[in-house]
Design a protein around this ligand. Structure first.
Ligand code: 5GP
Length: 121
């Protein structure tokens, strides 16, 4: 499947839609989720056009992967979850219930996060 250049995060990266930025570098943008599901809910995205974790993991350059991984600790510190902890989630594809087709990592914290997985009835 081809990357959809009109997805909402591509528009955010192009500056067409505003965002509440927490951190930015050459390869990564982190911003607050518009519908937070915890006191801290930040999304980390690569600036490259990768539609999912699967795509990013298979195709991103080493520089992009290192930058993204390092940004997790940087963003966690900025968001205040580095000591108290958090849950990092990458919903991937249809079974993973991914809605926006640009790879993103949810960082949820600032309070106790509930059960790890809930399967449909
Ligand atoms: P997914 O279900 O794809 O893992 O998560 C997509 C996330 O993107 C959701 O948590 C949703 O609230 C967030 N989101 C969707 N549109 C926007 C937007 O325009 N701005 C921001 N900051 N977050 C968004």
């Amino acid at each position: 499947m081809a990357y959809d250049t009109n997805n909402i995060f591509a528009k955010i990266l192009r500056g067409e839609i505003p965002n509440d930025t927490v951190y930015e570098d050459e390869h990564v943008l982190a911003f607050r989720d518009i519908r937070p599901q915890a006191r801290v809910h930040v999304l980390l995205i690569p600036k490259g056009a990768y539609e999912s974790l699967e795509d990013f993991s298979a195709k991103a350059s080493e520089a992009e992967i290192v930058a993204f991984t390092r940004a997790i600790a940087t963003v966690s510190k900025l968001a205040g979850t580095d000591v108290t902890g958090y849950r990092a989630i990458a919903n991937t594809g249809a079974d993973g219930h991914q809605e926006v087709p640009h790879f993103h990592l949810h960082l949820l914290g600032g309070q106790r996060i509930g059960r790890m997985v809930s399967l449909p009835e």
